[in-house]
Design a binder for this molecule. Structure first.
Ligand code: ATR
Length: 500
């Protein structure tokens, strides 16, 4: 069977806009879909010439609003538009639409006959914008009324389990060309792993179309091609990924996929958005994921599902890396090592002997920080909004603790050689909200300039607290190198090869 193709959806308001977008992405795409429903009304009348303008196989689609499109003018005018676009077929097939998308309930025999007569292949599509489809193989078989149509099913998963079900069901689809997609942010895996679904097409969108691609679960063709190496994915490609929720932004796919390329490893690393860790594990088992990075909020809930853990996981009580073994999942923690390397290179030392360190926060990230401060022989005090958590963490390492409030600032001054910020305060803060006190992790503390300040957040690259520290003359560091170093260690665990 033919390999999956990258199709770029064209959603410009004018044909000129669409032509410009094609030129930008041409080297990354195999075909385009002209979404006539997005075109201005007067532009819609001129689509017949479109294939001869673009020199790339084109799907003709006029999507109705009930199927997630913009066409609201009714079936009669839609039928006329289809007829205009398919009429006067050229003997040179490259000047005709290569495909036309007719919805499963749209049967106009003369249009279908015209399409077949002039070599335009018919995609029969079914969209469920609200849920899942239980009998995909059977439904697709029925959609091939003449035996020549390419059935397409696009559904909207509500959770990762719905996507897992798509992969499960795809195994039963007979060996005919078909298109299968789970839409929305949970469905990203179906876009990247179209080859595993034997889906003839994966649809992509240009970053220029103004929609947040994350919300619709689509990737742009450059990302799909260069980061996810789409055309090299086969059934034999080893699959890895990162699971977390909401997993809106993650740099890990770039890091790992770059590593696979650099080391010539047939691997792919994908985002696996899961509200519950059990869903991520089920997904991994069904599609054969060999290893996963585990991030917020699953680093602790994963523990109960591991048959074996490393000593670091045992010590820190959190796991950020799992690897599939014969007996089950084995868990590791590379956050502590990533943090240690990053901190040592920031401070240009490999010991904290004689230093008094403040750790802000007492969650999972703070536990990794505490383990490293202990290992490097520093003395620390843990400050946390919920004092009991600070107390528990401090007890494990024989550190001091205090509530995170204005009264503790005198104590914080005494532990200010190095301040390690581990809370989520300031994470993803916008420019507009930058100066609000609630986005500053230490609003009552006046930096004096001697402090070294490390914030585990890397987006934004300078958080409000780091900005204040820097303007007071402090040395500052964000969590980007920690992310890289923990990722390098994960890569080593996943592949057995060093990253650098
Ligand atoms: P992580 O694994 O990223 O550390 P976590 O275990 O949920 O995530 O811990 C989050 C940390 O950020 C905690 O120390 C939390 O304080 P509480 O223990 O009091 O919940 C801290 N944190 C989150 N939001 C905060 C806020 N608005 N002000 C102060 N601390 C906050």
């Amino acid at each position: 069977m033919k390999r999956s193709k990258i199709c770029l959806c064209l959603t410009g308001e004018t044909i000129a806009e669409d032509l410009e977008i094609i030129e930008k992405y041409r080297q990354h795409i195999d075909m385009v879909e002209l979404r006539v429903d997005y075109l201005n009304k007067d532009e819609r009348l001129h689509v017949r010439n479109f294939p001869s303008l673009v020199h790339i196989p084109t799907i003709l689609t006029i999507r109705r609003s009930i199927d997630g499109g913009k066409y609201i003018e009714g079936e009669a005018s839609r039928t006329t538009l289809f007829a205009r676009a398919l009429a006067f077929a050229d003997p040179d097939p490259s000047k005709n639409f290569a495909y036309v998308d007719f919805e499963d309930d749209f049967h106009v025999p003369c249009l279908q006959d015209a399409a077949f007569a002039y070599g335009t292949r018919v995609i029969r599509s079914f969209h469920d914008m609200k849920g899942t489809v239980k009998n995909i193989a059977e439904k697709m078989t029925k959609m091939r009324v003449t035996g020549h149509e390419i059935p397409k099913i696009a559904l909207m998963p509500k959770c990762l389990s719905d996507v897992t079900d798509v992969f499960r069901q795809a195994k039963d689809i007979p060996d005919f060309p078909h298109i299968l997609i789970a839409m929305g942010p949970f469905g990203v895996a179906t876009r990247i792993l179209a080859e595993n679904l034997k889906s003839f097409i994966t649809y992509t969108a240009p970053i220029e179309n103004g929609t947040n691609l994350f919300d619709i679960g689509q990737l742009d063709p450059i990302t799909l091609n260069t980061i996810y190496n789409f055309h090299n994915i086969t059934e034999n490609t080893k699959i890895f990924g990162i699971t977390g929720y909401p997993l809106n932004t993650t740099l890990s796919p770039i890091l790992h996929n770059t590593g696979f390329k650099k080391k010539n490893i047939d691997g792919i690393y994908i985002p696996i958005r899961a509200e519950k860790i059990e869903e991520a594990l089920d997904f991994a088992n069904v599609i054969g994921v060999q290893g996963m990075s585990v991030t917020v909020p699953h680093k602790e809930t994963i523990l109960q599902h591991l048959y074996q853990i490393s000593a670091k996981v045992g010590e820190i009580g959190a796991c950020n890396t799992i690897i599939k073994r014969e007996k089950g999942w084995e868990g590791f923690n590379t956050d502590a090592e990533g943090f240690r390397r990053s901190l040592c290179s920031f401070l240009e030392t490999d010991t904290l002997k004689g230093m008094k360190v403040a750790i802000i926060g007492a969650g999972g990230a703070a536990r990794a920080a505490a383990a490293v401060v202990k290992e490097l022989k520093g003395k620390a005090c843990i400050f946390n909004r919920t004092p009991s958590r600070a107390k528990d963490l401090a007890a494990a390492y024989n550190f001091k603790w205090a509530p995170l409030n204005e009264e503790s600032m005198i104590l914080l001054e005494q532990y200010s050689d190095l301040i390690i910020q581990t809370t989520s305060v300031g994470l993803g803060v916008s420019e507009a909200a930058f100066h609000l006190p609630e986005n500053d992790a230490l609003p009552y503390y006046d930096f004096r300039g001697h402090e070294a300040v490390y914030d585990m957040i890397y987006s934004p690259s300078v958080t409000p607290v780091l900005a204040r520290a820097e303007s007071a003359g402090c040395r500052i560091c964000n969590g980007l190198t920690m992310l890289q170093f923990q990722g390098y260690k994960q890569f080593e665990l996943f592949t057995g090869e060093t990253y650098e």
